[in-house]
Design a protein around this ligand. Structure first.
Ligand SMILES: Cc1ncc(COP(=O)(O)O)c(C=O)c1O
Length: 417
């Protein structure tokens, strides 16, 4: 303890023990190091976070105009679940997806999907309750589970099977404490879209064990090569399902913090849980109102994301280029992403034996000025993976991946045969 000028002592202040399982490398130590390098005048290519605007992906102008027009009506708190028009638009969206029986009361708006994910975990989990979370995951899910007193139990997504979740592994991890299954589809960090057959298998498991499904579908419109996304909520009427989505990705509006959660399935068996959700929604006094106005404009009308993902579209070209260049590096393999903004390549351990992947990608940053996030940052157990965000323009992507290739060449343990 250190004496302070008022005669007392200054105790050091510790973070709570609840943060022990919380990983957030997408904004963690590698990002701090990059910031310091930038402060020293170095230019960093950021392939670490799915934030679209800094890469010149603008939010649709119509959304911006509607928000501006409605700003004078946005100074008060909204209904704690959100404004009528936006929730109505979300309700129509669920109907288009084939999800039945959703009413306005089943829709909650939030400051991005993130806030609603934390809210749902808090409403669902008692201390020690378990939630099945994918590995690799989007780390907010593991964090939200831990922070709400629950225990994240990671189920395996199988790289050898195109990163599809392993249903047998999922089943083997169910215990009397399991409350629900988290499904991230399309997936971050793998960029994979799940088959309907697999989704039905997950629904069957949830039904068999009386579990809640928590479906994170924020990339449902970021799809390449004409693949189709199925909302898992559309596959049953008898499994309680919470679906999370937002404007962040498909509408390039991460900063507007506009998201929603939809409750579907047998709500009559979940009255108590729903009361909990409503209590928490009331406590947070609603979400950012200008962002809510953006929702109704976004969901109706022209869907400009389609221009970005189609053949020749900017996102599609960047995905193709990143995939082609990264898999051309000796010892690097990757499941080709069909969706989202990411890929999750693997480094052959014989060529690149990595003891500590965070340290390895810190060295990548220092030597190449390219920022990536290591696989363990996504609660993946080995040290041989990393995530690439393919948001930069093609020239920057090419430059970044060439630098990564040179770095890997300098670390390669076995000559290429
Ligand atoms: C899978 C996944 N879920 C949720 C989020 C959070 O999105 P939002 O901006 O809506 O909070 C992200 C953001 O990258 C994500 O990748």
């Amino acid at each position: 303890m250190t004496p302070n000028p008022f005669g007392g002592t200054l105790k050091s202040i510790q973070k709570s023990a609840k943060l022990a399982n919380v990983l957030y490398d997408v904004r963690g130590p590698i990002v701090d190091a990059a910031k310091q390098m930038e402060d020293e005048g170095q230019k960093i290519i950021r392939l670490n976070i799915g934030n679209l605007a800094p890469f010149g992906f603008d939010a649709p102008e119509e959304i911006q105009q509607d928000m501006i027009r409605n700003l004078p009506n946005s100074a008060g708190y909204s209904d704690s679940k959100g404004i009528f028009g936006a929730r109505k638009a979300v309700m129509h969206y669920t109907q288009e997806q084939g999800v039945v029986g959703v009413t306005l009361e089943d829709i909650y708006l939030g400051n991005g999907a993130s806030e609603l994910i934390v809210m749902a975990a808090n409403a669902l989990l008692d201390n020690g309750d378990e939630l099945l979370v994918p590995s690799p995951d989007y780390p907010l899910w593991t964090a939200a589970t831990s922070l709400s007193g629950g225990t994240p139990v990671h189920y395996r997504c199988d790289e050898n099977n195109g990163w599809q979740p392993d249903l047998a592994d999922m089943r083997a991890r169910i215990t009397p404490r399991t409350k629900g299954i988290v499904v991230i589809n399309p997936n971050n960090p793998t960029g994979v879209l799940y088959s309907d057959e697999l989704l039905k298998g997950i629904v069957d498991l949830a039904r068999e064990f009386g579990l809640v499904l928590l479906a994170d579908e924020v990339y449902d419109k970021v799809l390449y090569e004409g693949v189709k996304h199925t909302a898992i909520a559309s596959l049953s009427t008898d499994v309680l399902t919470l679906t999370f989505n937002s404007l962040s990705k498909a509408y390039r509006s991460c900063g507007y913090r506009a998201g929603w959660m939809i409750l579907s399935g047998p709500k009559h068996i979940a009255k108590d849980f729903i009361e909990g959700l409503n209590m928490l929604a009331n406590l947070k006094l609603g979400s950012n109102v200008p962002g809510q106005w953006a929702i109704q404009t976004a969901l109706g009308g022209y869907q400009s994301i389609n221009d970005l993902v189609k053949e020749g579209g900017r996102l599609r070209r960047q995905r193709d280029l990143a995939y082609e260049l990264i898999t051309a590096i000796p010892g690097v393999t990757c499941v080709k992403p069909q969706a989202a903004l990411y890929m999750f390549p693997r480094l052959d351990p014989e060529m690149y034996p990595i003891a500590d992947d965070r340290q390895f990608f810190m060295e990548v940053l220092r030597e190449t000025r390219v920022m990536l996030v290591q696989g363990t940052g996504f609660n993946y157990p080995d040290h041989q993976h990393f995530r690439i965000v393919f948001l930069p323009h093609e020239d920057d992507l090419r430059e970044a991946i060439e630098r990564i290739a040179r770095f890997l060449e300098s670390r390669r343990k076995r000559p290429v045969s």
